[in-house]
Design a protein around this ligand. Structure first.
Ligand code: APR
Length: 167
């Protein structure tokens, strides 16, 4: 049985087996949550990302967590869709991110996982629809992960994720 909850705050401070970053295709870091995770993990994260990238939108790939504090052992990099109005398959690409993240987490035997609100920042995906897609996809995808924490960096995202979980 997988527990899904909403956590407010900075994903780099959470005690989980694996953290998910909202990356770009190069996997070499950027701004937003990707920037925070790369700053916390150190420069080896970008080197490891460059070695396995590029990562296609909707896919997910894992690297070690390097300088992130234990128990975090893995960073799962996923690339969300850039929002272009909703008629270009963005919803399906976002759903694919969540499915692939769980597949990779299961390959890593991660028991606990933290996931940010993928694509809702720089990539502009509407946060309410993204929350609904995240919860629906995670609930529909079989996984051995015991606890999935949906991380909200701001209050509005937290409320949207909680509403999606309550629906
Ligand atoms: N912890 C948790 N969530 C965070 C943090 C953090 N430290 N910093 C930002 N966020 C939240 C944002 O508030 C937003 O809700 O992560 C969510 C995703 O926003 P972005 O980080 O902008 O990611 P995204 O919209 O997917 O854009 C990805 O931005 O940083 C670059 O390299 C990245 O090119 C890629 C693009």
């Amino acid at each position: 049985m997988t527990v899904i909850d909403v956590v407010r705050g900075d994903i780099t401070l959470l005690d989980v087996d694996a953290v998910v970053t909202a990356a770009n295709e190069s996997l070499m870091g950027g701004g937003g949550v990707d920037g925070a995770i790369h700053r916390a993990a150190g420069r080896r994260l970008a080197e490891a990302g460059a070695a396995i990238g590029p990562c296609a939108p909707g896919d997910a790939m894992a690297t070690p967590a390097f300088d992130l504090d234990p128990p975090v052992r893995h960073v799962i990099h996923t690339v969300g869709p850039v929002w272009e109005g909703g008629d270009f398959g963005e919803a399906e690409v976002l759903a694919s991110c969540y499915r692939r993240v769980l597949e990779v987490a299961d390959e890593l035997a991660a028991g606990t996982l933290a996931i940010p609100a993928i694509a809702t920042g720089i990539y502009g995906f509407p946060a309410a629809e993204a929350a609904r897609i995240a919860v629906a996809t995670l609930r529909a995808t079989p996984t051995a992960v015991g606890r999935i924490s949906l991380v909200a960096f701001d209050e509005e995202t937290g409320q949207l994720l909680a509403a999606a979980l309550a629906s």
